[in-house]
Design a protein around this ligand. Sequence first.
Ligand code: C2E
Ligand code: CA
Ligand code: CA
Ligand code: CA
Length: 280
Amino acid sequence: LHHARTEGNGVVTRFAPEMHEVGLRNVELHEELSHALERDEFHLVMQPIVSLAGEGECLEGECLVRWNSPTLGFVPPDRFIALAEQTGLIIPLGYWIIETACRELADFIARGAPDNFKLHINISPLQLQQDDFAEGLLGCLERHNLQGKNICIELTEGVLLDDSTSVLPQLNTLRSAGVTVSLDDFGSGYSSLSYLHSLPFDQLKIDRQFVSDILEDRRSESVIASVLSLANSFKVPLVAEGIENQETGEKLRRMGCVLAQGYHYGRPQPFKNWTVKLGV
Ligand code: C2E
Ligand code: CA
Ligand code: CA
Ligand code: CA
C-alpha cells in the first residue's frame, strides 16, 4: 500500500508509509546519539579470533562497540556508526573507543592474558584522516604500558575514498611502532583489489558473506580460494569471520585459512567475561 503524491513539477512519487516512520526514528536516533557519549552509554565487547591450526589457541580478539540507549534500547553499530560518521561524532567516539580498548586490554593482560595479545580495533576512515591519529594511538599505548604489537587496526576500503595525503604517513608511523593493519570486509566492496595496491597491510579479513554459505555454495568457495591465494602471495594471513559451525571452520582449515572468528568460537562479550584461558 503506497501513497501517491503529485509534486509541483508533475512528477508522481510513490513512497511507502514506513519510510515516514523510519524518517522520524532517524531524527530520534540522531538526537539520542548526540548525547550518548557524554552520558556514558557506550561500552566495548570483545570477540575471540582463534588459530585454526593446532589447539585452536586464542592470541587475538576484535573489539566492537555497543550502545545501550535508555530510550531506544540496544542499537546495533550498523545503525549508528554511519550516522556518527555523518555528524562527526565518530571523532570523539573513536578516541573514546581507543582509550577504553587500551584500558580494557591492559587490565586483561594484568589478569593473566599473554602480553602479546593482539586487540583489533575498527577504525573509521574519518579517524585516520585526523593528522594526530597515529600520535594519539601511540600515546594511548604508552599510557597503558602497551606495545604496538598489541594493536591491529581494521580498515575498510573507505580509506581510499579520501584524498587526504596524511593516511599513508600515519599508517607508516603506526607500522614502524609495531601496530598491524588488517583489511576488513575484504571482497565486499568495489575496490578491494585497489586497496591491496595502495595500502600497507599485514592481514586480510574476508567478508562474512563469503564464509557463511561456503558449505553449500561453490562460488563462495571459489572466492575464498582466490582470496587465500592472494593472501599467500602477499605472505599475510587470512582471517575468516562469521563462522557459525564446526563444519565451516573445518573446511576453512583444510583450505589453508589460519585464523577464524565467529559465533562458533565465541560471541562478542564484555572483556571481564573472558577468562584468561581463552580458546577452545
Ligand atoms: P565488522 O567489523 O565486520 O564486525 C564483525 C561483525 O560480525 C560484528 O557485528 C560481529 O558481532 C559480527 N559477527 C561475528 N561473528 C559472527 C557470526 O558468526 N555470525 C554473524 N551473523 N555475525 C557475526 P557488530 O558488532 O554488529 O558490528 C557491525 C559493524 O559495525 C562492524 O562490522 C563494523 O563495521 C562496525 N563497528 C563495530 N564496532 C565498531 C567500532 O568500535 N568502531 C567502528 N568504526 N566501527 C565499528
Ligand atoms: Ca572489523
Ligand atoms: Ca568484517
Ligand atoms: Ca562489516
